[in-house]
Ligand binder design. Structure first.
Ligand SMILES: [Zn+2]
Length: 130
């Protein structure tokens, strides 16, 4: 079903949402709370993007490691996004990952054994859009 949404940046986008209608509201809320793809790309391209990310929660050792992993994983997701010829879902996934504050999330992604993209996609689906 197609929905017209005003994103947090004030721009209007059209989103196609699949699945049970009852779950649509939660998905739409997620898009409303985020910026539109154009604005997200602009934030991502800014030099200070990595520095603007939130502080992490965990032990000192976990945080030190997770900070390195966060940068590595975001760069990796960004490459997937560019290779996907700009799939907006991947762009939202990048920003979902960028807003994670739990050091263990990044460590679990690294240790999961599956693909980083697969790990975060599952997390994204379970936390936001389910
Ligand atoms: Zn926008």
């Amino acid at each position: 079903m197609k929905y017209k949404i005003i994103c947090s940046c004030g721009h209007e986008i059209i989103i196609d949402v699949y699945g049970e209608t009852l779950k649509h509201e939660k998905k739409l809320l997620f898009y409303r709370e985020n910026e539109c793809p154009d604005c997200l790309i602009r934030s991502l391209e800014k030099q200070e993007f990595m520095k603007s990310l939130p502080s992490l929660v965990g032990s000192d050792k976990q945080i030190r490691w997770a900070l390195q992993l966060r940068e590595k994983h975001i760069n990796l997701l960004r490459r997937s996004y560019e290779e996907s010829c700009c799939n907006d879902e991947l762009l939202w996934l990048i920003f979902f990952v960028a807003k994670l504050t739990d050091a263990s999330s990044f460590i679990n992604a690294e240790m999961s054994g599956s693909s980083i993209l697969g790990f975060y996609s599952n997390l994204y689906r379970s936390k936001n859009i389910n």
